[in-house]
Design a protein around this ligand. Sequence first.
Ligand code: NOJ
Length: 566
Amino acid sequence: MKKTWWKESVVYQIYPRSFKDGNGDGSGDLRGIAAKLDYLQWLGVDVLWLCPIFQSPNDDNGYDISDYRAIMAEFGTMADFDELLAQAHRRGLKILLDLVVNHSSDEHAWFVESRKSRDNPYRDFYIWKEGKNGQEPNNWGSAFGGSAWQYDPATAMYYLHCFSKKQPDLNWDNPAVRREVQDIVRWWLDKGVDGFRMDVINLISKDPRFPDGPVAPGKLYADCSLALNGPRVHEYLRELHQNVLSKYDIMTVGETGGVTPAIARDYVAENRAELNMLFHFEHMDLDKDRERLAQKPFRLTELKRILSTWQKDLGDDGWNSLYWNNHDQPRVVSRFGNDQEYWEKSAKMLATCLYLQRGTPYIYQGEEIGMTNMAFETIADYRDIGVLHAYQEEVVQKGRDCQEFLRYQRHFSRDNARTPMQWDDSANAGFSGGTPWIKVNPNYRRINVSAQMTDRESILHYYRRLIKTRKENEVILYGSYDLILADSEEIYAYIRALDKQGLLVVCNFTAQTPLFELPEHIRYSAGQLLIGNYTVTDGPMARFSLRPYECRAYLFSFTEEIYRLK
Ligand code: NOJ
């Protein structure tokens, strides 16, 4: 397998609006990020992924871009960005930008032109269709609810928007669109950025027949995700790679819903020359019933099956990204851990379980201090367009019980991840001197960076140790992966191997005390505890009782050839 810097890096994701407010207007900004570079360097991460920082009317918090070469006014100026990039580079930190080019804002100059007339030169930058019998062109629904088509009276046609109606989909079948995107990407790379996270990138090629899709019970429209992995997506990504990306030493990660490991190979296998890695979502729906907007029981065996399949199937050709959290997901400690009695133990265990696997870790701001979900009380507390649309549809239109709806959102809403970063126990968690754009989680007095900095047993120090441990051990970076005890609903255990070097990772996902027993065929010597979340005094690594949410990782040597991994 080829070794590269991005396989050895740890990425830290920043949601700029909620990270650090540098000018007291209640919104985070670029100067705020710059003020925290020392902290990020201390933590030991290598790459900072910034969620969109470009000019935007903020219908979807920056995922609706009206100028790809300008900085959003709330976040600062281009000079602030240049300064941030220079300061980050001086510290050896790289910067990844968010490329949102499946759609633009309806306020982008291209769309302003496009909607003017049917023969405008920019008309074909977007996807316009005639209605069918006075109805939408097909039955596709937008991810935020309602039809994915918006009627535009100026030209009496509909345009496609897989997200909000202020996010019209770009028409990638038009070579002029692809040229513009390439120019934008080149422009930022020439400025010195180190790569891109590509928003819903496997949605860029639509089936030209625009066929109707299946409609789930109780729904009015077909899920727009049926347009994922379309007919020309690989052609377009290869073109982007060949013309632009391949000329720079950068990293790319595609956000790709609806991909299995088999589909993923076509995007990330080395000979494909498309992307370096992907974000898949297979482990993100384990506890969520999307159709019914309800929680469903989490099964550890399912989580293990999913993550292990990705580990095995992308094997030596391809690369995984490892994440529990991002700005679209609830906080993992509240989700797969225990944010009450075992908050600290379970946060450390979850990090150990995932970040000792093979792939590039993505730590989402606040995860490193165990930030939790937020119990917003009323709909007025929410800011996310997704929640607000769903409320209109489910509660206002369909009459669903409001409390039940809010209960679901307390578990799964994207705003759980978007509350301000908790820096210290001063007003607004030290995030802003103004009024924050979204409520601060009241637990900030207990959970904050400053308190954890001074406590060497904190989650924060543990993350720092874990990051360092990854870098110091080649077996973590490049070793193979094998799941053991696949049927256990309590223990997630696996073995990494690189030549004779082995790593055993054992994680208890429960508040019980299950017994761990190493399968007998694994012969080892010199088992030595590398990292764990409890003090360990008992004997060998082959058999021990786990305490609630305990995790341990042991380094060892294989003594017999029988343990052949791959
Ligand atoms: C995925 C982004 O992560 C999400 O925040 C956004 O709403 C959609 N793409 C649309 O851009």
